[in-house]
Design a binder for this molecule. Structure first.
Ligand code: SAH
Length: 215
């Protein structure tokens, strides 16, 4: 299959999954997903499936990245925090839409590999840090948008605290070994508003940074 046909199919898959936001579609067309994968799986980068990456983690399926990004509604001026860098693909898509992205990862190896991919693509508005995302990043708060790409029963409360007024957080909530609900929390002057989106399946949000043995 030639590159143009592959690209057309990629966008078609995203649209059929419900990704309709033109800015999100164009960001995903521009960011090469294969640059965030290694080895044999690179050939499958444009299929709509989650695939294994290092440290026993996964790169989410493109349709899930698209739907989460669409739900987050990133604005050109948005300062964004992502928890769970993984491959770095989602952070790259966010960086295409917002002003600056901070992305936190508990596995040092993943954080390093993702940073190298950002550099290679000239994405210089992403800061990748090896940190426990459950604590957020108080020194850079408040954030206009927060995206958590790992599942937990509840939204970690430091993240709500670090959300700007008018800001929004999107996260898969539910038991890590079952399907979770994608939720959106909006901070309004009158308190928090909640919305629910589709079912998703994510790896668990784990407290603490990875031990040297699991890098
Ligand atoms: N957004 C990623 C996919 C995320 S997979 C992508 O585009 O590829 C979820 C990631 O969250 C994993 O890499 C996992 O190590 C990380 N993670 C889990 N708990 C974490 C925590 N407390 N802080 C930071 N990262 C965490």
């Amino acid at each position: 299959m030639d590159a143009a046909t592959r690209q057309m199919q990629f966008v078609f898959q995203l649209r059929s999954a419900g990704v309709r936001d033109a800015r999100v579609l164009s960001a995903m067309e521009d960011i090469p997903r294969d640059a965030f994968m290694e080895g044999i799986f690179q050939d499958r980068a444009y299929e709509d499936v989650a695939l294994p990456i290092a440290c026993g983690q996964t790169i989410s399926a493109p349709s899930v990245v698209g739907l989460m990004t669409q739900a987050l509604d990133v604005m050109p001026r948005s300062k964004v925090l992502e928890i769970g860098t993984g491959s770095g693909y989602q952070a790259a898509v966010l960086a295409h839409l917002g002003r600056r992205v901070y992305t936190l990862e508990r596995h040092k190896q993943l954080s390093k590999t993702a940073s190298a991919a950002f550099n290679a693509l000239g994405l210089n508005n992403i800061v990748a840090l090896h940190k426990d995302g459950t604590e957020g990043l108080p020194e850079q708060a408040p954030f206009d948008r927060i995206l958590v790409t790992a599942a937990a029963d509840d939204v970690p409360s430091p993240l709500i605290g670090q959300l700007a007024e008018g800001g929004a957080l999107v996260m898969p909530v539910g038991s890590p070994d079952q399907t979770q609900k994608l939720i959106k929390v909006i901070k309004t002057p009158d308190g928090l508003e909640y919305k629910e989106f589709q079912d998703v399946r994510f790896v668990p949000l784990v407290e603490g940074i990875g031990a040297p043995s699991d890098a």
